[in-house]
Write a protein that binds this ligand. Structure first.
Ligand SMILES: Nc1ncnc2c1ncn2[C@@H]1O[C@H](COP(=O)(O)OP(=O)(O)OP(=O)(O)O)[C@@H](O)[C@H]1O
Ligand SMILES: [Mg+2]
Length: 393
């Protein structure tokens, strides 16, 4: 890697500093090192970034810079105020191979509003459904459908929904695709979100918030951060989660458990296509999918969720327990999956008809909740393998 000097815009320096802090990095000034070379030895180039803006005020800039900068470890990241770009490009031409803008290098989009001082950012590049072309959408739908057992009607509806979303999002008429999924426990509501995340190629954690933890009066502060000046004015959980994730998907579990303040916040988010933190930081959610899940019954839905909010969801679906045949398929898939993992870790020859043997031992009709069924598969597998080992002696 060549040695680069990266320029930042003063207007978003505070924002950049915060962003780096979240990534575990600290920005320090070169003045420390300039006054005391020992400080340079203490530097940890993997967690510290050196701001050299203060060099601009030195009389013998080139001389001093050439004295101090080479002492820093080679992998050190150097940044400077854009206002000194010309000065540094000339005087530090022997020290750096290239001079670039931070936002370009880090692939972040930052928009600074001169009037009200707010900052709009698109720090992380989220993989979004709207960025897929028609072929990719086909692939996406197939990969998605393979991961969800049953719910065939939903899968068809969903595949149509994302197609329409792609079109109307381009026309600027549909910013966020929102789905409200209801149904009993363990039928695959959350799994839908996981499958979307994976099918979009998500490698990081899914941006998931459980509203079960958000029922207190203070919940909006925990979600979007407390206003500036508050004691412990931390960043809100949803901002952290969205920044940590790499797909344009947000999962809100147990939606009905929270209160009207949060409902209203989401009404706004769905309306405007963006999240605004209590510190006026904005994240553009254009092209995002938001999945809301809930255990409420069909009958309770109109009672618990206001008409304004209800009408805002693009899709409202009720997940029924899986059919017998789908559960059978699920069991078969899980057994094969477990056997594969088992074979990778143990040198035991499993009987050839193991899949069928286990399938026959599990009565899928006893299970509505796939979580319970999954546990039963594991238990049955272990019991079966123990028996095999015992008979082998
Ligand atoms: N339709 C399905 N297809 C594939 N796997 C499923 C399906 N339904 C459930 N599962 C499996 O069961 C587990 C539980 O499902 P999931 O977390 O989606 O339940 P849920 O509907 O969100 O329930 P809860 O209301 O309790 O949160 C998942 O980890 C998944 O392995
Ligand atoms: Mg769930």
């Amino acid at each position: 890697m060549d040695r680069q000097l990266l320029f930042f815009d003063k207007n978003y320096f505070a924002f950049y500093k915060k962003l780096k802090k979240e990534q575990g990095k600290e920005i320090i000034s070169i003045s420390d090192g300039l006054h005391n070379f020992n400080k340079i030895d203490e530097l940890d180039e993997y967690s510290q970034i050196v701001d050299i803006s203060s060099l601009a005020g030195l009389e013998k800039l080139q001389y001093n810079a050439e004295l101090v900068i080479p002492k820093y470890p080679y992998d050190t990241i150097f940044i400077a105020d854009k206002n000194h770009k010309e000065l540094f490009e000339f005087n530090l031409r022997y020290l750096f191979d290239s001079f670039l803008d931070i936002d370009v290098v880090e692939d972040i989009e930052i928009e600074y509003n001169q009037v009200d001082g707010t900052i709009k950012s698109n720090v992380l590049k989220h993989k979004k459904i709207i960025d897929l072309d028609s072929d990719d959408i086909n692939k996406f739908s197939k990969t998605f459908a393979k991961q969800i057992y049953g719910h065939e009607k939903f899968k068809d509806d969903f595949s149509e929904l994302i197609r329409n979303f792609g079109v109307f999002n381009k026309l600027g008429e549909h910013k966020i695709l929102s789905l409200f999924l209801m149904g009993d426990s363990g039928v695959g509501k959350t799994e839908v979100a996981r499958a979307i995340h994976k099918s979009l190629g998500g490698k990081k954690k899914i941006a998931k918030i459980n509203f079960g933890n958000y029922s207190s009066d203070n919940s909006l502060n925990s979600l979007i951060g407390s206003p500036r000046g508050y004691i412990g004015s931390d960043e809100g959980e949803i901002f952290i989660r969205v920044k940590e994730s790499d797909t344009g998907l947000i999962l809100i579990d147990e939606f009905e458990k929270s209160n009207s303040m949060l409902f209203n916040y989401f009404l706004d988010v769905l309306e405007n296509g963006k999240m605004v933190s209590s510190m006026a930081e904005e994240i553009d959610l254009n092209g995002f999918i938001i999945i809301f899940t809930s255990n409420i019954s069909k009958e309770d839905f109109p009672k618990r969720i206001s008409p304004e909010l209800r009408s805002r969801f693009d899709y409202k679906g009720y997940f029924m327990p899986l059919f017998y045949s789908d559960k059978k398929k699920f069991v078969e898939f899980r057994i094969k999956n477990i056997i594969e993992k088992f074979n990778e870790n143990y040198e035991v020859d499993l009987p050839r008809n193991i899949t069928n043997d286990i399938l026959n031992r599990i009565n899928v009709s006893n299970f509505k909740n796939m979580r319970d069924l999954n546990k039963n598969i594991k238990d049955t597998f272990v019991k079966y393998v123990m028996e095999v080992l015992i008979t082998k002696g």
